[in-house]
Each structure stands twice: as structure tokens, then as C-alpha cells.
Design a binder for this molecule. Structure first.
Ligand SMILES: Cc1cc2nc3c(=O)[nH]c(=O)nc-3n(C[C@H](O)[C@H](O)[C@H](O)COP(=O)(O)O)c2cc1C
Length: 190
């Protein structure tokens, strides 16, 4: 499936956020490590590396905990993913310095992980629908560190397992045209 207008790399154009994960796929610890390695080598402001992670492989007690912090509409499908990865950002250092670009940096780390996963034949779905208080209760998260998303990782499953509405959403990818995204200089449109 590809609905991307420009000729970008297939790792990007053929990616989508699936809800159909293969429940039989097992993510090897080594592969999970490589995904984090890809994230770890992302660029960050002044190389502050504000991303923080927790990995939970399906079938482990850690997975039960992290899965339990997903909002219900995400629990409906994310349980088949082979792993869930919590991504948090250090917005304020222990010394009290605000890292203005922490969320952006963590987002880049997720993008790196996503592309590395695609290169390994895996699929990723990022989830903002998480219960932050439950995550804080479950994990030792220092002050200044904000849980941002949980990333579901696995192998593409059978789309036929999804109910019709979800499947239809899955098969339609849309983006605003680039012309709507470009910022004009002040006065340029006068
Ligand atoms: C920060 C962020 C939060 C998201 N939260 C959710 C979520 O809670 N549940 C969900 O089903 N999808 C979530 N998504 C997936 C987006 O809905 C999806 O990326 C978007 O619709 C574009 O579709 P595509 O990734 O298939 O191209 C999230 C994506 C991002 C980047």
C-alpha cells in the first residue's frame, strides 16, 4: 500500500501505523536492542540525548504493566504487538536546566526507531493514548522526565482480523498538500 505522492524512500512511503500485528511474532531481545540503538543515535540539541525508554516484550510481566497503561481504544488492538516501548523525554535536567527541544529530540528518536524497524521488516505504531499517571506509578521516572508515547512494534498481521471500520482507516493514508504547509514571509501574499 502506498499513497505517497512524491518518490520518497520505500521505507517511508510504504510505512503506515498498522493496528493488525502478527500475534505469533516474537521480537528477539537482540532486535529490540538494535531498535533502541537506532533511537540512541538520533541527533539531539547539544547532544543532550533526553530520550528515555522502557521495553516490554509480549508475554512478560513488564508487558502486562505497560499494556495496562494504554487507553482502552489502544488496548483494543495493541496487545498483539511483539513489544511495547515507553518513550519519555527529560525536559528538565536534575540540575534544573530546561531542555527546550527534549520532546522534539525524543520524537526524532522514535522516527529513527520506526525507520530501523521498517528496514528490518517490522512495523511500528506510535501511541499517545496512554495513562501518564499510571505510567508514573509503575516506573521510576525522575522529576523533569515526561512520558510521551508508547511505541508498539511487531510484524504486520492479517488485516482481515480487523473489524471493517478499523480496516478501512488502515487502508487510507492522507496528508495535507505541501502547499498548505509552507510558511510565507510576512507581506509575501499582499
Ligand atoms: C505522537 C503520536 C501519537 C499517536 N497516538 C495514537 C494513539 O493513541 N492511537 C492510535 O491509534 N494512533 C496514534 N497515532 C498514530 C497516528 O494516528 C498516525 O500516525 C496518523 O494517523 C498517520 O497515519 P500513518 O502513520 O498510518 O501514516 C499517534 C501518532 C503519533 C506520532
Amino acid at each position: 500500500m502506498s499513497a505517497v505522492a512524491l518518490d520518497v524512500h520505500p521505507l517511508l512511503s510504504e510505512r503506515w501505523s498498522t493496528r493488525a500485528f502478527d500475534p505469533d511474532h516474537v521480537l528477539e531481545a537482540e532486535t529490540a536492542g538494535r531498535l533502541l540503538e537506532a533511537a540512541r543515535w538520533s541527533p539531539s540539541a547539544s547532544n543532550t540525548q533526553p530520550w528515555r525508554f522502557a521495553v516490554a516484550l509480549r508475554g512478560t510481566p513488564e508487558h502486562d504493566v505497560l499494556f495496562g497503561t494504554l487507553m482502552g481504544f489502544n488496548q483494543a488492538w495493541a496487545g498483539n504487538a511483539s513489544a511495547l516501548v515507553l518513550v519519555a523525554a527529560e525536559r528538565v535536567t536534575p540540575e534544573g536546566k530546561t531542555l527546550r527541544w527534549a520532546d522534539l529530540d525524543a520524537g526524532q528518536a522514535v522516527a529513527h526507531l520506526t525507520v530501523q524497524a521498517a528496514a528490518e521488516g517490522l512495523v511500528v505504531h506510535t501511541l499517545g493514548g496512554i495513562e501518564v499517571d499510571a505510567i508514573r506509578a509503575a516506573y521510576e521516572i525522575p522529576d523533569g522526565v515526561e512520558p510521551l508515547v508508547v511505541v508498539a512494534v511487531g510484524r504486520q498481521g492479517d488485516l482481515e482480523t480487523l473489524d471493517e471500520t478499523v480496516r478501512a482507516r488502515e487502508l487510507t493514508r492522507a496528508r495535507r498538500p505541501l502547499s498548505e504547509l509552507l510558511l510565507p514571509l510576512r507581506g509575501a501574499s499582499a
